[in-house]
Each structure stands twice: as structure tokens, then as C-alpha cells.
Design a protein around this ligand. Structure first.
Ligand SMILES: C[S@@+](CC[C@H](N)C(=O)[O-])C[C@H]1O[C@@H](n2cnc3c(N)ncnc32)[C@H](O)[C@@H]1O
Length: 321
């Protein structure tokens, strides 16, 4: 195991203005990361220290004691661990040109670990993070939501999946619940995501229609019992968040539900995610309720739930029926 000083030595004290102390915290953290990297990433007994190192870097960065360029050079020091060969490196380098693409989400759902043994511990560390578990927990949350709208008198339940990505949640849902009585319209702006999801869900093509479209331009010619979106709204500023809610509300059945996922502001993986530049608008339950109210939704129609990890919040807006 790498030697590491007492964890609190890395955390800048608020009453320690000395730049030297902060510099040394940055240098100690860098030395620690290099040591961990030389042996192929952290092992479980080092996770606590590794996370403290991430907290330290985030604090130093937020307080302005280390710059973007400093952080960038720390990432560079990690070499292959920050290339698409690892999940953190995949997120950092964004091979699809944007953060949170379908491929990384699919890697998380499938608990993927790189086949390269000298990098595997980085992926195991990533997958052990609460944020990764929260993504996997989306599937059962989605299933519960679909289940709750499944019985519609004399017709199929209509579900709109906004930013459907790899379609893994859809695939699991249809495998478990079967396709009868359900129809999904899926919108995603990335053609590769649509192609991946189409292939994954090929057994169920008659129950799914894919729309290769930007949600800011999407209009529907029907209403939906469930409008679902996970892994999208946390990329939006408050004003874009409200714009899309307002855009989707007219497509909601009176007795329907609009369910929007957003990472919580107490996400314990936030500092680690920032290290590889997976930057989200983390929000509290209160903030999500406030944004919904600002869209003109009465508070009695608003709820916020969370998956078991407590990291992914879900704003649930009921229709007026
Ligand atoms: C993090 S993934 C989430 C996928 C899926 N909802 C899930 O939870 O498994 C985000 C997806 O949003 C899509 N996306 C991002 N911005 C979008 C937009 N403006 N309109 C439609 N899709 C968008 C991306 O192409 C990507 O597939």
C-alpha cells in the first residue's frame, strides 16, 4: 500500500492562509496520485485516502490556490489513466465530443472494467463510486415509473424517453415487463446513441419509435402517460432546465407524470467527477421543487424522490388530472 500522510494533512485549513502550506498540499496530493498511478490505480483499502485527495484538489481549485493549468498538469501526470482506456479518461477526453455520452453510460450500466490489467483498478474505483451506483439504480427507478402507468384503459401506455442514450433502461424494462401494452418514443440528438439503442432493443422494435432530434426542437403529435428523462437536465442551466420543462408539459396526459433525474448537490462523487471534468449542475431537492414552481406548476403536483444511493434525485411532476 502506498504510504500516505494523515488524511487531514492534505486538507487546507480555513485558518491557514499560507500559500506554502497550500502548495505543499497540492504537491503532496500530486505525489500521492503518482504513487497510486504507478501501481495501476487505487485498491479498495486506499479509496478513502484517494477520495480525500480528490476533495483536497477540489478545495484548492475552488479557493483559487491551484489553477486550471495546475489541475491539467496533474491530469497529464496520470498518463494512460486519463485516456479513453479507463472510464474516468473516457469521460475526460470525450471521444464523442460531449460529456455524458451513451457509451460511457453503457459502460457504467454494464459495470465495465478495462481488460488492460495495469489500468483495471482505476475502473473498479470508478464503478465503486456512489455516482456510478446511482446511474445503475436509474434502471429500477425507471421500471417502477413505467409500471405505474402501464394499465391504460383500452390503449397502450405512451412513454416519452427524452435523451434515451444507450437504451439500457428501456431494454431492461421490456425484458422484465414484456412489450405488451407499452409504446416508447425515444428522442436523442446523437445518432450513434440511437443506433446503439436500436440494436440493443431489436427484439422490441414494434414497441419503440426512435427520433434522432434535439429536444429543444422536438414536438410531439400526442400526449404521454409518462415523460421520463435521466442524465440530461443536470447538464442544463436553470433557465434551460425550465425551458425544457415548459416545452414538455403540453405533451403530458392529464393523469400523466413527468419525471426528471438530476444529481443531488450532496453527491459524494462530485469532487472525483470534477477531477476528470464531468461537470454537472448538481441540485438539491428544494432547488428542483423551486424550478418546477417557477414553471407555473402548483406545489401539490410536485414531488422529489431519490434512488437508494441518494445521489440521483427525481423531480416528479403530476399532470392536472
Ligand atoms: C447521460 S446520457 C443519458 C442516457 C439515458 N437517459 C440514461 O439515463 O441511461 C445523455 C444523453 O443525452 C443526449 N442528449 C444530450 N443533449 C440532448 C439534447 N439537447 N437533445 C436530445 N438528446 C440529448 C446525449 O446524446 C446522450 O445520449
Amino acid at each position: 500500500m502506498a504510504t500516505f500522510l494523515p488524511s487531514n494533512a492534505l486538507i487546507p485549513q480555513t485558518n491557514t492562509p499560507s500559500l506554502i502550506a497550500k502548495d505543499s498540499a497540492a504537491n503532496l496530493t500530486l505525489d500521492y496520485l503518482k504513487t497510486i498511478n504507478r501501481k495501476g490505480g487505487p485498491i479498495p483499502s486506499e479509496y478513502l485516502e484517494m477520495n480525500l485527495a480528490m476533495n483536497t484538489l477540489a478545495q484548492l481549485h475552488h479557493s483559487g490556490d491551484i489553477s486550471n493549468a495546475d489541475l491539467e498538469s496533474i491530469r497529464t501526470e496520470l498518463g494512460e489513466a486519463m485516456t479513453p482506456k479507463t472510464i474516468q479518461g473516457f469521460a475526460y477526453t470525450q471521444p464523442h465530443g460531449y460529456a455524458g455520452d451513451f457509451e460511457i453510460i453503457e459502460k457504467i450500466y454494464k459495470n465495465h472494467v478495462t481488460p488492460e490489467p495495469h489500468l483495471a483498478n482505476w475502473d473498479i474505483f470508478f464503478q465503486a463510486h456512489p455516482a456510478a451506483q446511482a446511474v445503475r439504480n436509474r434502471v429500477s427507478f425507471f421500471l417502477d415509473q413505467v409500471w405505474s402507468v402501464k394499465e391504460q384503459p383500452g390503449r397502450k401506455a405512451r412513454i416519452l424517453n427524452v435523451a434515451s442514450g444507450p437504451g439500457r433502461d428501456l431494454h431492461e424494462c421490456l425484458n422484465i415487463m414484456g412489450p405488451s401494452g407499452l409504446h416508447f418514443d425515444c428522442v436523442d440528438q446523437d445518432l450513434h446513441a440511437i443506433q446503439h439503442a436500436t440494436h440493443l432493443c431489436q427484439k422490441y422494435t414494434s414497441s419503440i419509435t426512435f427520433y434522432h432530434q434535439n429536444i429543444f426542437k422536438f414536438t410531439a403529435n400526442k400526449t404521454y402517460d409518462l415523460i421520463w428523462s435521466a442524465g440530461l437536465f443536470d447538464y442544463f442551466s436553470d433557465s434551460l432546465f425550465k425551458r425544457i420543462i415548459k416545452r414538455l408539459l403540453p405533451f403530458l396526459e392529464k393523469s400523466g407524470k413527468l419525471v426528471v433525474g438530476n444529481f443531488s448537490d450532496d453527491n459524494p462523487s462530485q469532487d472525483y467527477m470534477e477531477f476528470f471534468k464531468w461537470l454537472l449542475h448538481h441540485r438539491s431537492s428544494k432547488k428542483l421543487q423551486q424550478l418546477a414552481q417557477e414553471c407555473g406548476i402548483p406545489s401539490s403536483n410536485i414531488q422529489v424522490q431519490r434512488e437508494p444511493e441518494g445521489v440521483n434525485l427525481f423531480l416528479i411532476i403530476s399532470g392536472n388530472g
